[in-house]
Ligand binder design. Sequence first.
Ligand code: PHE
Ligand code: ZN
Ligand code: ZN
Ligand code: ZN
Length: 297
Amino acid sequence: GAAAAVIYNKPGEKGPVNGTVEKVAPIPVVGPSYRVGSELAKAAKKGGLSLRVRTDAVHGKRSASNVIADTRRGRAGNVVVAGAHLDSVPAGPGINDNATGAAALLAVAEKIGKLGAKDVRNRVRFAWWGAEEEGLVGSTHYVKSLGAAARGRIALDLNFDMLGSPNGTRAVYDGDHSARLGTVPPAGSGAIEKTFRDYFAGRRLPVTQTPFDGRSDYGPFVAKGIPSGGIETGAEGVKTAAEAKAYGGKAGKAYDPCYHAKCDRMRNVDLKLLDTNVDAVAYVTQRFAASTLPVNG
Ligand code: PHE
Ligand code: ZN
Ligand code: ZN
Ligand code: ZN
């Protein structure tokens, strides 16, 4: 029969998936949810996605939206959430933080309809969160809006926030160690961490870890005991000498010198780093869409 469709680069394969990075990076430039919504609506017409746009988070006098799109395929009782925040801080356009994560997710959402029933056994819920920068407002509202039963149908949450820092590293959330005193991460978060690590290891790409501290939209999921994971490439933290050796770039300088600043523009993205990360977003999402059964370790 026909080979199963694959939407990421396999180990040894080079380059973007069908020009994904170049094509998608500019889409959510100033983060308007209608723009992501219209791209998704186009993908939905081709099949595979159903679309729900919810204006469901209110901050002060302003409202913000979560854009949520579910695959039609897959079990509703075992949902894989994959999210990225769509807003930026008022100080800048928010291209690395977080058009990179939002665009990566969009690239996968646009293609997932090509996969068959055996590839998408679990429903995938793509979520573009609003008002992350105001204190995880959109994701917190979403998790709270679910009853205990609906929360129980969520198998895990994947989070993508800052995927192309110009002086970045490839950092996986340290899912088997809590960065919060006295808390234990939800079981399964370590397995998600391992899935990302194994993907990069298979491509001989360097990988590091970053504290699982809830500083992005996976926090509200973890707080409710939902296993979570994801990747990031660094914000205001400073690159070490060892990291500069592994990744290149400048030791002693911030991973993203334009973090939350006016200069977080298109030029502020390392497209090669972003490309490998988009592949990881696609691979891990597809892996858990097929099965959320535990991986070893
Ligand atoms: N959530 C932060 C933001 O959007 C990014 C970040 C995550 C920074 C984790 C540091 C560590 O601004
Ligand atoms: Zn930010
Ligand atoms: Zn962010
Ligand atoms: Zn660990």
